[in-house]
Design a protein around this ligand. Structure first.
Ligand code: LLP
Length: 413
């Protein structure tokens, strides 16, 4: 139905005929990415944060076409690993638009990034532990460093993604000044960084975000010394997922952020991932089994937690639209279940939806962020394909040979 909150309305905007064509041409499960929407989301971010540096958290969707669209839209790239740094550079981000946020960085990652730094001396490495500073110095690195601080404030849609207060991330707030001093002896300290968590929505999360930003403003005034280029207050801005989730008022969030930061002699930076790509993607999946049970109609589909992990991992709610439902379709509790041998492998449980028929095509909304990225080959399932809404293949469907290719005796059809 076209009624409901912004999440439902956004899913209803996708052209059903076009999605049917793409599913017919490329098979299912299939990720479809609307690159124009990516550009629109980037433009909205830049509009809300006109004097800030907006960087895209590459981890949300690392695909080449998405990265190119983001780069063309003027955003930088915030990378969580050497692999993401490589992808960003390959997609044409200049070194000075690339930040590597090194969380307990494996030696191999540091080796690679330091090697690439020789060619891209303007890239920035964000460091959340003294050990990481030492390990960079040991490798001859004396370039740009940003110090990641643990702000002691977390926010987000699930315990597992509230990074801000977790001791794993960043140097403890109170120790930040001494770490900055130490870093200044050996590197070019250009920024401070903190991130509250992912999926910030609602009053409580926004209050936490505001606290984090205020603390970062204070710290910047304490240690800044006119030497900082930026204060990065993280990403995390959400989009509506549940049917009654309101849309985030991005301009209000931006105003709050600027106000909470206060007067600092440095540029504000933010690094959203989800906001850029979530609603630019759907996952298409075909119903293969319809089974009435006393409590619910089970609609077995060809996508599972291996394709879209979020419902199984975080109990995340994703809107689901039956692209074959007609006006008068019967509604009832429906459980959309994947083919994996795990009870958690469902996209919804007993949700009121139009009751599907075998062969119906379903679209799962907000699949653009942390969708394909978290796909796995569990149950020996090849990963799905991804196409752009315009019909270009962005990622080929994986084959079984692809799944087994690294294995002794594997790689056959
Ligand atoms: N910056 C840092 C340092 C981060 O750790 C993250 C996300 C972001 C930025 C971007 O957050 P976003 O704007 O996308 O919310 N797999 C989870 C989300 C994990 C996010 C981890 N860090 C999910 O599917 O909800």
């Amino acid at each position: 139905t076209a009624e409901g909150g912004p999440a439902i309305r956004r899913l209803a905007e996708w052209n059903a005929d076009r999605l049917h064509e793409l599913a017919a041409d490329h098979g299912t499960p299939l990720y479809v990415t609307d690159l124009d929407r990516v550009a629109e989301n980037c433009a909205r971010l830049r509009g809300a944060f006109p004097d800030a540096d907006v960087k895209y958290a590459v981890k949300a969707h690392t695909g080449r076409a998405v990265l190119e669209s983001v780069r063309e839209s003027g955003l930088g790239a915030e990378c969580a690993s050497a692999g993401e740094v490589r992808r960003a550079l390959d997609a044409g981000f200049p070194g000075d638009r690339v930040d590597y946020t090194a969380v307990n960085p494996p030696a191999r990652d540091l080796d690679s990034v330091v090697e690439w730094w020789e060619e891209h001396p303007e890239l920035t490495i964000t460091v959340g532990a003294r050990d990481t500073l030492d390990r960079l110095a040991e490798r001859g690195y004396d370039g740009r460093v940003c110090v990641r601080v643990n702000p002691g404030v977390g926010a987000g849609h699930h315990e597992k993604v509230r990074t801000g207060a977790a001791p794993k991330f960043g140097v403890p707030y109170d120790r930040a000044p001494e770490v900055v001093d130490d870093a200044r002896d050996r590197f070019d300290v250009v920024g401070l960084h903190a991130h509250a968590g992912s999926g910030i929505h609602g009053e409580e999360d926004l209050a936490a975000h505001r606290d984090l930003v205020a603390r970062m403003g204070e710290l910047a005034r304490e240690v800044g010394d006119g030497q900082l280029e930026f204060v990065d207050v993280g990403g995390g801005f959400s989009v509506p997922y549940c049917e009654d989730d309101p849309a985030l008022d991005l301009n209000a969030v931006a105003d709050t952020t600027r106000e909470a930061l206060g007067d600092v002699d440095a540029t504000l930076a933010v690094e959203p991932g989800r906001y850029v790509v979530a609603d630019a993607g759907v996952l298409l999946t075909r119903v293969n089994t319809v089974k009435p049970t006393p409590e619910t109609t089970v609609a077995g589909v060809d996508a599972g937690m291996t394709d879209l992990l979020r419902p199984a991992m975080y109990d995340a709610y994703h809107a689901i639209r039956n692209l074959d439902a007609s006006e008068g379709s019967a509604e009832g509790p429906v459980t959309v279940a994947g083919p994996i041998c795990e009870t958690g492998d469902t996209f919804c449980d007993g949700r009121d939806l139009s009751i599907p028929e075998r062969g119906d095509l379903l679209a799962v909304g907000n699949a653009g962020a942390y969708g394909y990225e978290m796909a796995s080959t569990y149950n020996s399932r090849p990963r799905p394909a991804e196409v752009s809404l315009a019909g270009d293949v962005l990622r080929e469907r994986e084959t079984l040979a692809g799944v087994t290719r690294l294995e002794r005796g594997g790689g056959g059809e």
